[in-house]
Design a protein around this ligand. Structure first.
Ligand code: BTN
Length: 238
């Protein structure tokens, strides 16, 4: 199957679409997408697992040969814009939680895992379409939701792959300001109270803005401004 300039590889079951993409990239010449019904070793951020029952959600990796000069720090925003734009287009209010989560009404609806090697970026997107059926709290930290849970709407996975690919092509052709302006329009965490790791101590503060260089600016309760470049340094549970 082909979507615009993207070749699409579909599988019933894989370990992880990101891992399969990495293998396929050895033979690939241009951008491609890997989609699977289920993953036995779906990967989330920080070595976490990404769970999804077979056939319910979108499990996809967009393997992209970025031009050598494309700034790596913008890839999260290109991916975030692509997913957020589609969701907001079907009437779901989204918040892009810096750097890689997409929330709908405060619950996680999509996650993005970006990996790279010398030539390729592997942009793994897990988008909850049919599961969970409604807003669900699987553990006491993160609550989850899905498109069916938010919009009571069923669009096929193909439709989402198609739209994400189109949106992705669009946003990666844009300049830094356009990409960041769009991301900012989906970023609803200004003034959100958080904890920030300062030399091993978690200090309270609030988020101020997304920075041009891809980081986030925060202000500690003592008034000092800090600049965060790793989500490992940021705790959203205040
Ligand atoms: C996160 O922790 O929020 C990121 C989750 C990313 C999950 C997707 S599902 C498709 C792709 N393949 C993987 O193994 N992970 C990503």
């Amino acid at each position: 199957m082909k979507i615009k300039s993207w070749k699409v590889f579909c599988f019933d079951e894989v370990t992880s679409t990101n891992d399969v993409a990495r293998k396929l990239a050895r033979e690939a010449e241009s951008n491609f997408i890997v989609v699977a019904d289920s993953q036995t070793k779906g990967k989330g951020q920080y070595g976490r697992k990404w769970e999804s029952p077979p056939g319910k959600n979108l499990l996809s990796t967009y393997a992209v040969k970025f031009p050598g000069n494309f700034p790596f720090e913008l890839i999260s925003f290109v991916a975030g814009n692509s997913v957020a734009e589609i969701l907001s287009g079907i009437g779901i209010q989204v918040n892009c939680k810096w750097p890689n989560d997409i929330l709908a009404n405060g619950s996680k609806i999509a996650g993005i895992l970006i990996e790279k090697d010398e030539k390729w970026y592997y942009i793994g997107i897990g988008l909850n379409i049919l599961w969970p059926e409604s807003k669900t709290n699987f553990n006491n930290k993160v609550s989850w939701t899905s498109i069916i849970g938010e919009a009571n709407l069923t669009l096929s996975r193909e439709t989402f792959i198609n739209k994400i690919a189109g949106s992705f092509d669009y946003w990666r052709s844009k300049n830094r300001k356009d990409i960041l302006d769009k991301y900012n329009s989906f970023w609803k965490d200004k003034n959100k109270m958080v904890k920030i790791d300062i030399d091993g101590n978690w200090l309270p503060g609030k988020l101020i803005s997304i920075l041009n260089d891809g980081g986030v600016e925060a202000e500690l309760n003592c008034g000092e401004k800090v600049y965060i470049y790793s989500s490992a340094k940021l705790n959203y549970e205040y």
